[in-house]
Design a protein around this ligand. Structure first.
Ligand code: P6P
Length: 334
């Protein structure tokens, strides 16, 4: 089954469906194919590798492929007639629908190319997206409030991982589960390769940047020490950390495990955590929960219950197999 057929079958299950969501997703998939094509040849074209002399809203050096991906997704989606407003990691302010184009009923928040510091090293990178129904009146220009909605209300969420193959992992909402589609370059279609994805209930992998050890809270330190323990003949968990959220998350989704990005308690670098709630953490949290996993903050709040207040706000992120996250929570929930 192709992704197009899957989306149409999902649409047919909803008597009230108008086809707008299917059309929106089709435009997203088109843009993803274009970005995938450019990522695949990044090493060959010197005009898109390396860094520009600019920094993005995060203060990070913008890699040319970042800019390219942002342009492709922004141009395609704001003109497709099914969005009222868009948010992008690469753009400080909300991105409106250009004058003269139809205003739709959905919003999308996107990280066009996450993990971009790895592009030159040929490490897997990805796109992460989150779709909501607008909350403001139909037909009017979308607002920031249309984007600032709780993750539990997402109409869809997913990511594209540009790895050994290009895969799109998607949940079309709460209760809809997770499906994985692999891009077949020979026909340019995403094919259903991983139906009904389930995160193993436990897993032997933990992913955290141990270089930040001295910034962690005592609770996080105690947890990491515990899962590395060999006392009483225990088997320590394996450390796997790519430094690209999509890649680390995708591996744990398939194999089981836990990913942690806690906050810095002893530095001003990331006092609230590094990852972005709207277009990195909330969509990944929906995927995790819909695949049977869990996603919480470092103090045990459910990610999907968080009310965003700013477009680029950061949060701590603990996500993975249900038993692994529950074990983490015994260290932070007293
Ligand atoms: P650190 C990539 O820059 C990113 O935003 C995520 O993809 C990744 O999980 C995280 O930052 C890595 O951060 O501080 O470990 O390099």
């Amino acid at each position: 089954m192709s992704l197009s057929q899957y989306l149409i079958e999902e649409q047919l299950k909803l008597p009230q469906a108008t086809g707008d969501f299917t059309a929106l997703m089709s435009h997203l998939v088109y843009a993803a194919k274009i970005v995938s094509r450019e990522v695949r040849k990044a090493g060959l074209l010197d005009n898109i590798l390396g860094s520009t002399d600019q920094t993005n809203v995060q203060g990070e050096t913008v890699m040319k492929l970042d800019e390219y991906a942002d342009r492709i997704f922004t141009h395609t989606l704001t003109r497709c007639g099914h969005l009222c407003v868009m948010g992008s990691e690469e753009q400080e302010e909300i991105v409106p629908v250009p004058t003269g184009y139809k205003i739709g009923k959905y919003t999308i928040a996107i990280d066009p190319l996450d993990g971009s510091s790895n592009i030159d090293a040929n490490v897997s990178i990805g796109t992460i997206f989150s779709v909501h129904l607008r909350s403001s009146p139909q037909g009017t220009p979308g607002t920031k409030e249309d984007l600032l909605q709780k993750g539990a209300k997402q109409r869809a969420a997913g990511y594209i991982v540009y790895g050994s193959s290009t895969m799109l992992v998607l949940s079309v909402g709460v209760g809809k589960g997770v499906s994985g589609f692999t891009l077949d370059p020979s026909c340019g279609e995403f094919i259903l390769s991983h139906p009904e994805m389930k995160m193993p209930e436990s897993g032997g992998i933990y992913s955290i940047n141990e270089g930040n050890y001295n910034y962690w809270s005592d609770e996080v330190k105690n947890y990491i020490r515990d899962i590395k323990s060999i006392e009483g003949g225990r088997k320590p968990q394996s450390a796997r950390y790519i430094g690209s959220l999509v890649a680390d998350f995708h591996r744990n989704l398939l194999k089981g495990g836990i990913f942690l990005y806690p906050n810095d308690t002893k530095s001003s670098k990331y006092p609230k955590g590094k990852l972005r709630l709207l277009y990195e953490v909330a969509p990944m949290a929906l995927i995790a929960e819909q695949a049977g996993g869990m996603a919480v903050t470092v103090d045990g709040q459910r990610i999907l219950d968080l009310q965003p207040s700013e477009l680029h706000e950061r949060t701590t992120f603990i996500v993975g197999s249900k038993k692994e996250v529950e074990h983490f929570l015994t260290f932070v929930r007293k």
